[in-house]
Design a protein around this ligand. Structure first.
Ligand code: ATP
Ligand code: MG
Length: 429
């Protein structure tokens, strides 16, 4: 029978790659802890209407990338394509935004029907951060500082550039939208196909079109800068001062608009040239209008999300990652089936006495020779061997698997545990 394959664009993660991912995730979580951010977990499925409203009808995501289906009762559900809308829903549903501020993060798979390629998948994982209840620019700076600490913790700071822009207040943005539309309408027939479609629904998106003919037309377009009011300017200027105080370098890129309708003021992307076309590792911005749009009271919000696959690819490209030292310290083997119970018990006892020790017990059948072979291949530093003599005397034979002459000595178990504690501390090696 033909084997069933995985779904296109939904990659498996094998043990070695997973070790690198865990290494990345551990470092990111360490930074989030040091900033006092709290984790939330949303379900993978939400009502389709949440994304239609929360991400926006005119966006690529809602127009062509969602996995939506009717469940058995006919309700339209969608596999989440991003985390912000679900996070806002969670906060509203549980009253987390009432008279309080929140600094939250989440991590998990997202789903988008895109053309799969390196760094672009149909199931991918994001780590996202969302903060609510902070109208001023200090939190914008804090979030960018948090990102910058992420990169430092991974060792990829040099490979990433912060590109920053402001979309201004909703009024400034609306004013600019009109100005841009007035400029582009007479040129509509010269725009690329995607941009023509966006013209009336989401003209700002045209700014980040990749089509050269469109980019050429945009050279003389009005700039958002010209539409900014005093409040918008002050928000952006203050953010820039704070970034200087934090010594975070950035470039202002007026073409950064982000995909979603609801962004206001600060928008940013962290980009790299090390990953080819999929160069945006992290993107985010301020979305002061979103909570209200999803039925809540007006509440300022700001957040970002980063793709963990792209970040891991970047760390890998820089030669970074965990020092791989095998996944075991000790391999316990009985020389004979008859001593399996003792071997299992010994493994259990070691893990309890020395919580950091990584212990595996031989669980296959076979002759003594095959068992030793398994021990050698396990990558463990020590083999602890139980034969007839050891079991009857309450001892264990200990073999250093990395020593050349593989010498073996007999030790009482208590002595071994005490010695490891003395050498490495209470937790063991
Ligand atoms: P892109 O322009 O690359 O499509 P985007 O603007 O759609 O990105 P966001 O919605 O801002 O991306 O998501 C934040 C981050 O999630 C991206 O910067 C990227 O690192 C990651 N990401 C987005 N889509 C994918 C995908 N299909 N596969 C892998 N990572 C992705
Ligand atoms: Mg996209």
């Amino acid at each position: 029978m033909a084997k069933i394959q995985s779904i296109r664009g939904m990659p498996d993660v094998l043990p070695e790659a997973s070790a690198l991912r865990l290494w990345v995730e551990d470092r990111l979580r360490g930074v989030l802890d040091r900033y006092g951010y709290q984790q939330v977990r949303m379900p993978l499925l939400e009502a389709t209407a949440l994304f239609a409203r929360g991400v926006g009808d005119g966006t690529d995501i809602v127009e062509k990338e969602m996995y939506s289906f009717d469940d058995r009762s006919g309700e339209s559900l969608t596999l989440r394509p991003e985390g912000t809308a679900g996070c806002v829903r969670l906060c509203e549903e549980h009253g987390l935004l009432y008279n309080q501020t929140q600094r939250l993060w989440y991590q998990g798979p997202m789903f988008r029907y895109e053309r799969p390629q390196k760094g672009r998948y149909r199931q991918f994982e994001q780590l996202g951060v969302e903060c609510f209840g902070f109208p001023g620019p200090a939190i914008d700076a804090e979030l960018l500082g948090l990102c910058s600490d992420f990169w430092a913790a991974l060792g990829v700071s040099d490979a990433l550039t912060l590109e920053l822009n402001t979309l201004g207040s909703p009024e400034a943005r609306a004013h600019y939208r009109d100005a841009l539309l007035a400029y582009l309408r007479p040129l509509a027939s010269q725009l690329d196909e995607d941009s023509q479609r966006r013209l009336e629904r989401n003209p700002l998106r045209i700014l980040d079109s990749k089509a050269p003919e469109t980019q050429a037309l945009l050279e003389d377009a009005p700039t958002l800068e010209g539409s900014l009011d005093a409040v918008s300017r002050e928000h952006f200027d203050a953010l820039r001062r704070y970034l200087d105080a934090l010594a975070i370098p950035y470039v202002v890129n007026p073409r950064i608009v982000r995909g979603l309708d609801y962004y206001t003021h600060t928008v940013f992307e962290w980009t790299t040239t090390a990953l080819g076309a999929q160069g945006t590792v992290c993107g985010g911005g301020r979305y002061d209008g979103l909570v209200e749009r999803l039925g809540g009271r007006p509440t300022p919000g700001i957040g970002f999300a980063m793709g963990l696959e792209r970040l891991t690819l970047l760390a890998e490209a820089q030669g970074l990652g965990p020092v791989l030292d095998g996944n075991l310290d000790v391999y316990v083997l009985a020389l004979d089936e008859a001593h399996t119970a003792q071997a299992l018990a010994l493994g259990h006892q070691l893990r309890q006495a020395l919580p950091r020790l990584r212990v595996q017990v031989h669980c296959s059948e076979g002759k003594a020779k095959a068992r030793f072979k398994k021990a050698d291949a396990s990558g463990a530093r020590y083999a602890l061997i139980l034969g007839d003599a050891e079991v009857s005397q309450g001892t264990v034979a200990m073999k250093d698997l990395r020593a050349r002459e593989g010498e073996q000595r007999t030790v009482a178990l208590a002595t071994l545990i005490d010695q490891w504690r003395a050498d490495y501390g209470a937790e063991g090696p």
